[in-house]
Design a protein around this ligand. Structure first.
Ligand SMILES: *[C@@H]1O[C@H](CO)[C@@H](O)[C@H](O)[C@H]1NC(C)=O
Ligand SMILES: *[C@@H]1O[C@H](CO)[C@@H](O)[C@H](O)[C@H]1NC(C)=O
Ligand SMILES: *[C@@H]1O[C@H](CO)[C@@H](O)[C@H](O)[C@H]1NC(C)=O
Ligand SMILES: *[C@@H]1O[C@H](CO)[C@@H](O)[C@H](O)[C@H]1NC(C)=O
Ligand SMILES: *[C@@H]1O[C@H](CO)[C@@H](O)[C@H](O)[C@H]1NC(C)=O
Ligand SMILES: *[C@@H]1O[C@H](CO)[C@@H](O)[C@H](O)[C@H]1NC(C)=O
Ligand SMILES: *[C@@H]1O[C@H](CO)[C@@H](O)[C@H](O)[C@H]1NC(C)=O
Ligand SMILES: *[C@@H]1O[C@H](CO)[C@@H](O)[C@H](O)[C@H]1NC(C)=O
Ligand SMILES: *[C@@H]1O[C@H](CO)[C@@H](O)[C@H](O)[C@H]1NC(C)=O
Length: 433
């Protein structure tokens, strides 16, 4: 019966997303895992939140902090409740929660649909509602839900959808009882095509295993996204995993991303409408990395309230279109936003490259028109584009451009077509239309 409580929101014909009032836009926040693994505590979390606020990142929209795996004791108490680890949280999680609330941040939960979490802490199988109550008592209303130690098939007799549905049902029941709806984020690693069904039960779903702070891992995720971008829209988002921006020489494990790679990483995650969770120790990250995380132009598009769709590739570049290649994801992407037509050009090669495209290769551009160009990294207008744009990009570098119609092309341009197949010029001696 409780399912009647949920309304169904049509996104594109034939595709329906769960709209229970939360998660219209990708979530923005911080997750402890990439920076600290299991090695974090109340003072570390407080320091991250304080730094987030000082740096203006809370104001930029990062307002959720996931306590990832390892915050609890390994044993539940006699009534089956999870207990916060008193060594890590000497004043309890509630106290930490109200502390971070004062900085404009809400704590968020991590849980697991099996018997144990991936690091061996209590899983929520069979205790879904009880754990929601515990997380709620800790001031949380967002849940990242993992996929370790899942019960054997003879117990669940379910597919991934069914396993993750258990918590979705509990969330609906909890919402009906208390009016508090948890934002539900699936961490199923893309094992059983969550792009197909994730939006029925949750607000986001991972499509890949854990990210690593190396270019090869980012390129592999972007390659998958070249084929899965269509699944994201309002109320349902592909989760490309937490950010590794900032983790050069630090993090768990320490990474080796260059500045250009970090920019490409952030651009792709933002424009593909992935949730954006900071995953670096903000007290140690470089100024350059912090500036990347604070790119307001990209965050504004990620959080576009009127256009929910992701960018999509219009040309693969290095390889033929639709080639699945973990080293060379699609390089030429575009999409619509409330602020103009956005382009992402990515150099997937290990050396500097000349990159070039015709405007009309993008579905969103009108032929015969010229466009003003705004650079989403330099934050300035860079001129008027007619027919094509060329640029030089460093190894693994990116360009992110916002184009707006600036009237018809200048008259001196010939009457040929950017999209040249079947294009002809009407001869003057024929009768005018
Ligand atoms: C277990 O923990 C919960 C939540 O803190 C508490 O309400 C309950 O009383 C505890 N049970 C026991 C037996 O200590
Ligand atoms: C948290 O960990 C840091 C670094 O290991 C340590 O200095 C600090 O005392 C710890 N705080 C708590 C509350 O355990
Ligand atoms: C599942 O199989 C295990 C042994 O393989 C058995 O011990 C257990 O009773 C079975 N559970 C059910 C619910 O059938
Ligand atoms: C939930 O919210 C509605 C509307 O604000 C209110 O009428 C209802 O009493 C609330 N229910 C609970 C259980 O708090
Ligand atoms: C980055 O680190 C990974 C893991 O150690 C390694 O495989 C890769 O070669 C490194 N990349 C560069 C450019 O050093
Ligand atoms: C990926 O593409 C590059 C460039 O075309 C090619 O050299 C490489 O063999 C491809 N990798 C795979 C696994 O196909
Ligand atoms: C882009 O989205 C805006 C806002 O919904 C809409 O007015 C405009 O027509 C769209 N442009 C394209 C090319 O779809
Ligand atoms: C770009 O368009 C201009 C004007 O039509 C043309 O002269 C030039 O060759 C084009 N460049 C590329 C790389 O297509
Ligand atoms: C770009 O447009 C020019 C001029 O029509 C055409 O010759 C060229 O093939 C186009 N390039 C691409 C990649 O579509």
């Amino acid at each position: 019966m409780h399912r009647i409580f949920w309304t169904i929101f049509p996104i594109i014909p034939g595709v329906f997303s769960l709209n229970n009032g939360v998660g219209k836009l990708p979530a923005l926040g911080y997750d402890t895992f990439n920076a600290f693994g299991c090695d974090y505590n109340a003072s570390i979390v407080a320091a991250q939140v304080e730094t987030m606020q000082e740096l203006g990142l809370v104001k930029a929209g990062y307002n959720t902090l996931i306590l990832d795996d390892c915050y609890a004791l390994k044993e539940r108490n006699a009534t089956g409740h999870m207990v916060a680890d008193p060594d890590k949280f000497p004043h309890g999680i509630e106290a930490l929660s109200s502390h971070v609330n004062h900085h404009g941040v809400q704590l968020a939960a991590y849980g697991d649909n099996g018997y144990q979490t991936c690091a061996g802490y209590p899983g929520s199988y069979g205790r879904e509602l009880q754990d929601l109550q515990t997380w709620h008592s800790w001031g949380m209303s967002y849940l990242k839900y993992d996929n370790c130690y899942i019960p054997a098939d003879n117990i669940t007799q379910e597919n991934m959808l069914g396993r993750f549905q258990r918590m979705s049902d509990a969330i609906a029941e909890f919402a009906q009882n208390t009016n508090n709806t948890f934002h539900y984020s699936l961490c199923e690693w893309g094992w059983q095509q969550p792009v197909i069904w994730g939006h029925r039960i949750a607000q986001s779903w991972r499509n890949n295993g854990d990210i690593k702070p190396y270019w090869s891992a980012l390129a592999a995720i972007m390659n998958e996204a070249s084929f899965l971008w269509w699944a994201s829209d309002f109320y349902g988002h592909n989760d490309m995993d937490m950010l590794e921006v900032g983790n050069n020489g630090i993090g768990t494990p320490p990474g080796n991303l260059t500045y250009e790679e970090e920019k490409s990483h952030f651009t792709a995650w933002a424009l593909l409408k992935s949730p954006l969770f900071i995953g670096t120790d903000l007290t140690k990250a470089s100024k350059q990395s912090l500036d990347i995380l604070g790119n307001r132009d990209l965050i504004k598009i990620n959080q576009d309230p009127d256009v929910g769709e992701s960018i999509s590739p219009f040309r693969w570049g290095v390889n033929a279109d639709y080639t699945f290649n973990a080293t060379h994801p699609a390089e030429y992407w575009s999409g619509n936003t409330s602020y103009g037509i956005v382009f992402m050009i990515l150099n997937s090669q290990d050396t500097t490259q000349e990159m070039s495209f015709n405007l009309t290769e993008s579905w969103a551009i009108r032929a015969g028109r010229q466009y003003s160009v705004y650079d989403l990294w330099s934050h300035e207008d860079v001129g008027i584009a007619v027919r094509n744009i060329s640029m030089e990009l460093p190894a693994h570098g990116v360009s992110a451009l916002l184009l707006n119609d600036a009237g018809p092309e200048p008259e001196e341009y010939d009457a040929s077509c950017g999209f040249f197949y079947q294009c002809s010029v009407r001869l003057t001696h024929l009768s005018p239309i």
